[in-house]
Design a protein around this ligand. Structure first.
Ligand SMILES: C[S@@+](CC[C@H](N)C(=O)[O-])C[C@H]1O[C@@H](n2cnc3c(N)ncnc32)[C@H](O)[C@@H]1O
Length: 281
């Protein structure tokens, strides 16, 4: 586990204490390529419903979050980027629709990345695809600073960022049919059983955001945590209206995406990597 607070995924409960040899053992096995799971959980939960609640110690209720805000240290470059570039690239959250045209000044296809971490993969994709727009959503502010630094240095005009909970952004800020591609790369695995409900990829969550996807819109998921890979397949196969591009229950053997920082960390620890691609049908 890294001791650098500026690194993504420094919350051990969210990312998994991979120093545990018992857990390591399971990571080297490829997950079974399985037939579609029984469609057990098909309740539709629109995104704009109140978030799930769990009782707090004081008997009030707090929403279940897929992240923990970590106190991060900032590099000088990140601090400068935040103070000088924030207004150029960061969209302040308001519970209203933002059209692609309002954000980018054009109607090019929109890729949304939830939880871009330090932003390396988002930056690489935005540089390589100037004909597309990229909306990054991340709550980890040093990561936002790192992305802003890269985006400004590269003079990109096709990137905007929300530094806010993606659940709120998808519920209130994105119009129907606006997302061409949704990316969730290496979301916090929340490995403890009692924390599994905090995982971002759930049937209800994906079902709720389907209306935001364009026709034939894509959802690309990746994880380095075997139990989460299995959970993702199960959750996605139960979504009505999405088709697995590689065949029901199958992972994407040669995914088309840049590497990410969290992925490299996983590979250093001996983890496998599993990608899934679904198309709106
Ligand atoms: C394990 S990290 C992976 C980061 C990056 N995708 C990578 O592969 O390097 C997961 C990231 O998702 C972010 N995240 C989790 N839930 C989120 C949410 N609801 N809204 C925005 N960001 C979220 C966390 O802050 C964290 O930086």
């Amino acid at each position: 586990m890294s001791t650098n607070e500026n690194e993504i995924g420094s919350n051990p409960e969210a990312v998994g204490a991979s120093s545990d040899p018992l857990r390591q053992e399971t990571l080297h096995k490829a997950p079974q390529q399985r037939a579609p799971q029984q469609k057990a959980q098909q309740q539709r939960a629109p995104l704009n419903q109140e978030p799930q609640q769990e009782p707090a110690a004081d008997n009030t209720h707090r929403p279940i979050r897929s992240y923990v805000i970590r106190a991060g240290r900032y590099t000088d470059a990140q601090k400068v980027a935040i103070s000088e570039q924030w207004d150029n690239y960061v969209v302040e959250y308001e519970p209203r629709l933002f059209s692609t045209h309002e954000l980018f000044g054009n109607d090019n296809p929109l890729t949304v990345e939830i939880g871009f971490g330090m932003g390396d993969s988002l930056l690489e994709m935005a540089i390589a695809n100037p004909q597309r727009n990229f909306l990054g959503i991340e709550v980890h502010k040093p990561g936002v600073g790192k992305l802003l630094h890269g985006v400004a240095e590269s003079g990109l005009t096709n990137v905007k960022v929300f530094c806010h909970d993606a659940i709120d952004i998808l519920a209130h800020c994105i119009g129907a049919g606006c997302i061409d591609t949704l990316l969730i790369f290496f979301p916090d695995p929340w490995h403890k059983k009692r924390h599994n409900k905090r995982r971002l990829v759930q049937t209800e969550f994906i079902t709720g955001l389907l209306p935001l996807l364009a026709d034939a819109g894509r959802i690309h998921l990746a994880t380095d945590w075997e139990p989460y890979a299995e959970h993702m397949v199960e959750a996605m196969e139960a979504v009505q209206g999405m088709t697995n591009a590689n065949g029901a229950g199958q992972f994407w053997p040669v995914p088309d995406r840049p590497g990410t920082k969290f992925e490299r960390r996983g590979i250093r620890l001996g983890h496998g990597v599993w990608d899934l691609l679904y198309i709106k049908s």
